[in-house]
Design a protein around this ligand. Sequence first.
Ligand code: TEU
Ligand code: CA
Length: 551
Amino acid sequence: MSKEWFREAVIYQIYPRSFKDSNGDGIGDLKGVLEKLDYLHELGITAIWFSPIYSSPNADNGYDISDYQSIMKEFGTMEDFDKIVEECRKRNIKVIMDLVVNHTSDEHKWFIESKKSRDNDKSDYYIWSDKKNGKEPNNWESFFTGSAWQWCEERQQYYLHLFHRKQPDLNWKCDKLKEEIFSMIEWWIKKGVDGFRIDAISYLEKPAGFPDSTKPVTHKDGYVMDAEITSNLPGTHKLINEMNIRLFSKYGTPTVGEIGCITPQTARDYVLQSRKEFDMIIPFILPQIEIDTWNVPMFKKRISDWYEALKDDGWWAQFLSNHDKPRQVSLYGNDKEYRIESAKMLASIIHTIPGTPFVYQGEEIGMTNAYFDNIEDYNDVDTKNLYYKLTKDIENKEEINKIFDSVRISSRDNARTPMQWNDEEFAGFSNNKPWINVNPNYKEINVKKALEDKDSIFYYYKELISIRKNNKIIVYGDYKEIKFDNEYVYAYERNYEDKQLVVINNFSKDNTKISLNYNIKNILLSNYKENKINGSEIELRPYESIIFFSI
Ligand code: TEU
Ligand code: CA
């Protein structure tokens, strides 16, 4: 495996809208990020990935881009961005941009032109189709519910939108469009960005003739959610390969592709180095859909399966949180009694299994799900559309509450509440009411408090990041799961050169005893002050995690 900075890195994701507001309009911005670079430097991260900061009408919080080469006005100016790059350089922090090229906003000038007629200059920049039997061309459902097709009066045709109706899909079969996107990417590379996280990139090519999905209809509106039908088609791989050769390899710019609908086997096509596509991918190891059904054995198995499939020549991102998922401590840990222990244990795992760890803002202080009481307090299009679709014809209050509970547990807003900087009003995020409410637990959970307490989750992350930097075994070592009778114990070896690292985690709030066939030579880190080790027997307490060298 070649030694590359992106494998050794720890990447911190900023969701700019919710990170820090510098001018009191309630919306996070780039000057706010500048204020906090020292904080990130203190944590020790190697790179920042910015969720989209381009001009956007915000139908999907910046993932609907109306101009790729300007900054969203709420976030600041291009000068602010250049200043961030400059200040990051001084602190040895790299800058990774989110690249959203499956779709644009319907307010992008290309779309405004394209929709005018069937024969304008940009008429084939998007995916247009006539009516079929007086209706949409097929039964595809958009990711955000409802038909994936939107009727356009002006052009008297439908356009395709796999996501929101304000996010029309680009037509990658059009060479002129492709060249425009490629030169836009080149422009950013020349501007000095160090890498790209590439959004929803497995859907570039759509199947010829737009066939109906044959999956069963699950809702009375008749549309079918079938991400597979537009995923991973040969033309998509061909385009990514071309992007790699003409841009990313040429300039040495690492990429991480966000791929939905993937198995460890199909992932190989995206990340084996010989394929020349991506340097790493974001696999949905435990995707949102499994919120209700995930369990520890499945968690362990996924990690082994991915490792086995990609270990020879591929690489991937490791994360449990991002802006589309619930907070990790709420989902996989225990955000009440054992919030601190379980947040630290989850961090131990992500930072010591193979792959590059991604930290989502606020995770390093153990921020939890939002648990708002009213649907009106949620902002996310996905959450709202789903709630209104599911409750549409239901009158029974109890049933509605049940639906609300399930929707709010998976809501993307859980991760989008403002960063909790201190215990002042609005959590120090802003001096005005933020665009989305602050999590009510900000007085208890905030950065100021974390920085004052040397046992905080923050310092545990800092230590993990530094351990990873100083021990190549964590980056390049082989991985092997260690099996115990107790399914809640998740343990593994990492082996590299003449060293062996062992990590043991108790994924449960119950104590348990295990007997171990390893010498404990040197404990690197644990989330408990003293471990209960007696000869070869270890008693693990709730969410206990121990990282040690055995050779
Ligand atoms: O998410 C992409 C996304 O959600 C799908 O590709 C995912 O694979 C699928 O739902 C799994 O079934 C990205 C962004 O992270 C998200 O915030 C945006 O809303 C979305 O793209 C559209 O740009
Ligand atoms: Ca602001």
